[in-house]
Write a protein that binds this ligand. Structure first.
Ligand code: AMP
Length: 379
């Protein structure tokens, strides 16, 4: 009989979990308010709110274990489920991932470098905090802020009261801007016996704060940088007694990595692993939760992943690009919405770069120029 895994949230991350689980004999059920969700199109779905106690009980009764794919699901829902069936990752990771202050406190406790910050509880605290941290800095809402929502960059201290009002005067962090050379992320996985595996660091390019392009492995990635990132991710995994996949977003400043935020789930910057690694992040998340052996995280050549935002492309346009793999999420087009992604994989970095730029031209998407004009991965 199939292993039954329940999941809070039914977006594209859930869909890719279900697709990864299917060949392993894993049948998934999603709890998701939106009928006909991305995950609900390929697996069973219970339609309703994440906090509905009756549906939570139903999900628990129908599942051997439960996970989540959306970090804003109420922690209380994960805890209710945990009373009747095992939940992975641990619900405490949700609590940390949902609150920027909790993240900062975790980084501090584990000695993980991050951008300097001060908590802001009310408008009167803005002046003294700005006097200490200076500008440029940014005001970030502690909760429910993602993809650039819930944060306002501050070029000058005078802009702070309006920024605080714009965020609804909710509890915030004031964070100093860091002069990073690039944005990276590491995806790690921890199994039931505490064993860990890490994918290579990925370089991420955003447009309007939304991920547009990931390059994997990150260009010019030396062993020292990779081991620094694994140290950060490994410390968090072990501190949280974690099971499953965890992503850590990082800024590179000189040779140092600063932690920005964690995502206690599979992550957009890991989508390349479906086509470009021995085992995908989705499969490894399920393997870890089930206590099964973790799969190899080795990359197969190099990969570039482009998000498809707002408009659905003609599949023929995408598939005509050498090495391109198309993944659509079954979502209706809406401006800026993540509708799918394309991963281009190959052993020749120059060919993958050329194909990525060709895809960008075909889709009318801005993709960064390679430093030497030929390859993103040039030394
Ligand atoms: P976040 O929601 O924290 O991931 O921030 C969204 C984007 O804002 C990041 O991907 C960065 O490009 C930028 N950003 C966030 N925090 C900082 C910071 N302290 N210094 C410079 N840029 C930042």
């Amino acid at each position: 009989m199939a292993v039954r895994v329940g999941c809070l949230g039914g977006g594209q991350l859930g869909r890719m979990l279900a697709l990864a689980g299917s060949p392993l004999g894993i049948a998934m059920t999603f709890l998701e308010p939106q009928d006909g969700s991305s995950a609900g199109q390929v697996a069973r779905q219970l339609v309703g709110e994440y906090g509905d106690p009756v549906l939570l009980a139903e999900l628990g009764a129908q599942s051997d274990l439960v996970t989540f794919e959306f970090e804003s699901v109420p922690e209380a829902s994960a805890r209710q489920l945990a009373e009747s069936c095992p939940v992975f990752p641990p619900p405490r990771a949700l609590l940390v991932g949902q609150d920027r202050l909790e993240e900062k406190l975790l980084f501090e406790r584990l000695g993980i470098p991050a951008a300097p910050y001060l908590p802001i509880g009310g408008a009167l605290e803005l002046g003294p905090a700005l006097a200490r941290l200076g500008t440029p800095s940014r005001l970030k809402a502690r909760r429910l802020s993602y993809d650039g929502h819930g944060q306002v960059p501050l070029a000058a201290a005078e802009a702070a009261p309006a920024a605080f009002a714009q965020l609804g005067e909710v509890p915030c962090l004031l964070e100093r801007d860091v002069p990073f050379s690039r944005e990276l992320s590491i995806i790690g996985v921890r199994g039931s016996g505490g064993e860990t595996a890490f994918y290579p660091l990925v370089e991420n390019h955003h447009q309007n704060s939304v991920l547009r392009l990931s390059l994997a492995p990150a260009p010019r990635l030396g062993p020292a940088l990779q081991s620094q990132a694994e140290g950060v991710c490994g410390a968090i995994l072990s501190d949280l007694a974690y099971q499953g996949v965890l992503a850590v977003e990082l800024f590179q400043v000189g040779d140092q990595l600063l932690a920005n935020e964690i995502a206690p789930r599979v992550h957009n910057s890991g989508h390349w692993t479906i086509d470009g690694a021995d085992t995908s992040q989705f499969e490894n998340h399920l393997r870890a939760g089930l206590g099964w052996p973790l799969g190899s995280t080795q990359p197969r050549g190099v990969s570039a992943m482009i998000n498809l935002l707002g408009e659905l492309p003609d599949p023929r346009l995408v598939l005509g690009v050498p090495g391109a793999h198309l993944h659509l999420y079954g979502k209706a087009p809406r401006p800026g919405r993540k509708l799918g992604h394309v991963t281009i994989t190959g052993s020749d970095p120059g060919a993958v770069t050329a194909a990525t730029r060709e895809l960008g031209r075909r889709l009318g998407a801005r993709v960064p120029k390679p430093p030497d004009g030929n390859s993103y991965w040039a030394a």
